[in-house]
Design a protein around this ligand. Structure first.
Ligand code: PMP
Ligand code: GLN
Length: 436
């Protein structure tokens, strides 16, 4: 269909994952943990598969065992302090989805229509633009800005300019997309920043919905994760908070996600879900419920599994930041999630040549690889391609997270590549060896 033309790509994932495999490269590209789910999650999955009650369809908006668990665990997180006595209704204020990916798509399908505008902060996870456009609405972009206008040393140096946000609001604004902790930048929005954003929306866009993607909620290395919904009653009333079982439990293959929000917004997602997938896989939902319950228990000398996994990732971040520096690149040290964006400075050997490397051109000619023709002249794409063919390390070019028309305009869309550190130490060490 004509509508799909802008997405024909292929997307960055469909180039770099196959390219990584074809070249036996160390894959620090697509963000999937390089290890198995923890034993208590695997056990829960096996148990659910052996339980006859989960062999057939689940309730459309989510299996009761799971939505009840989510309601219990998320009420204290997403409700503002002034709404303490309120609960999250498992039946009407949650919808379980096929990963957070389908939550994003469902929210846009259910709540956007032709003529609506959705404000995104770029660089933005590539799925948002596609989901907004596939729903017939128009994405409007505001950039992350550097607080000091100087070099960006940590993700905390990046912020949303409230004037940019105010100026982006029109009478058509229907959605604001927030992502904290942020993919790809690793920025974690502070409570104060979120309150300021909420104030702008209250003043300028009272009927705007916030789609708050918080799939990396447990991976915060400095500061704390604050759900946007929790900053005020108005914020709660306008927000859909999105979470992912895959990201939380190193189980991306299970593809379970959930959306929490007020009934008047969730209602439309529940209506739509009946006609999209009807329901999400039942065994995975039962396992997710059990895993959420067990996650609260002490784990390997930490008070919960989440504290443990966060510590694991923090050490990997610190290691890879040094590897990136030693390779002559300039990392933006992330405060959360599991990616590091790094700038390739002028004069770096990776910039000596331009254009698509010959090896990649050959693979395309042989029909083994597809690349998006729109990216052949982008310097970050060609730096990432060169890193694969010359050094055997796969990364993701940041302009994949920027609208094509804006590439080059935003400082962050030039010569930045993203490394994922969700990998075992021996893999990160091998990447280090290759990058040296
Ligand atoms: N949002 C963000 C910011 C992500 O990085 C991802 C990872 N794919 C998703 C959503 C999708 O999560 P899931 O794997 O649960 O579909
Ligand atoms: N969120 C992951 C990443 O950013 C996976 C991407 C995807 O599944 N499309 O690498």
């Amino acid at each position: 269909a004509l509508r799909m033309r802008p997405f024909a790509g292929p997307s960055v994932w469909l180039e770099f994952t196959p390219l990584s495999k074809l070249t036996s490269s160390v894959n620090l590209g697509q963000g999937a943990p390089g290890w198995a789910s923890p034993p208590f999650v695997k056990k829960a999955l096996v148990k659910a598969c052996q339980d006859d009650s989960y062999c057939q369809y689940a309730r459309s908006a989510g299996a009761p065992v799971l939505v009840e668990q989510i309601a219990r665990q998320y009420a204290p997180k997403v409700l503002p302090s002034t709404m303490k006595s309120r609960k999250i209704d498992p039946a009407t204020e949650i919808v379980v989805t096929v990963g957070a990916s389908q939550a994003i798509s469902l929210a846009c399908t259910a709540l956007l229509q032709e003529g609506d505008e959705a404000i995104l902060i770029e660089p933005a996870f590539d799925m948002y633009t596609a989901a907004v456009q596939m729903a017939g609405a128009t994405p409007v972009y505001i950039p992350f800005r550097s607080r000091s206008n100087g070099a960006i040393a940590t993700a905390n140096d990046l912020c949303v300019d409230l004037e940019d946000l105010e100026n982006a609001v029109t009478e058509k604004t229907r959605m604001f997309v927030l992502n904290t902790p942020h993919n790809p930048l690793g920025k974690v929005f502070s409570r104060d920043e979120l309150i300021e954003i909420a104030d702008v929306l209250d003043r300028k866009a009272p009927s705007c919905i916030v789609m708050s993607d918080e799939v990396y909620e447990h991976l915060v290395f400095e500061g704390e994760h604050v759900p946007f919904a929790s900053v005020s009653e108005n914020a709660f009333d306008r927000t859909l908070s999105i979470y992912s079982f895959g990201k939380t439990f190193s189980s991306t293959g299970t593809k379970i996600g959930w959306v929490v929000g007020p009934h008047n917004l969730i209602r439309d997602l529940q209506i739509a879900q009946q006609f999209v997938v009807f329901c999400t896989n039942h065994m995975g939902q039962a396992a997710a419920a059990e895993a959420l319950e067990l996650s609260q228990a002490p784990y390997d000398n930490f008070s919960t599994y989440f504290d443990w996994i966060c510590d694991v990732y923090r050490k990997k971040r610190d290691f890879l930041v040094e590897v990136i520096r030693a390779a002559g690149l300039e990392p933006i040290v992330p405060q959360g999630a599991f990616y590091i964006c790094a700038r390739v400075p002028d004069g770096h050997p990776l910039k000596e040549k331009t254009g698509v490397p010959e090896k990649v051109q050959e693979l395309v000619k042989e029909g083994k690889l597809q690349i998006d023709p729109g990216t052949v002249d982008r310097s970050d794409y060609n730096i990432s391609r060169r890193l694969v063919v010359q050094k055997g390390v796969t990364t993701i070019p940041i302009s994949a997270f920027v609208k094509p028309e804006l590439v080059g305009e935003s400082a962050l869309s030039k010569d930045f590549i993203r490394f994922a550190f969700c990998h075992p130490d021996h893999v990160l060490k091998e990447a280090s060896r290759r990058l040296r």
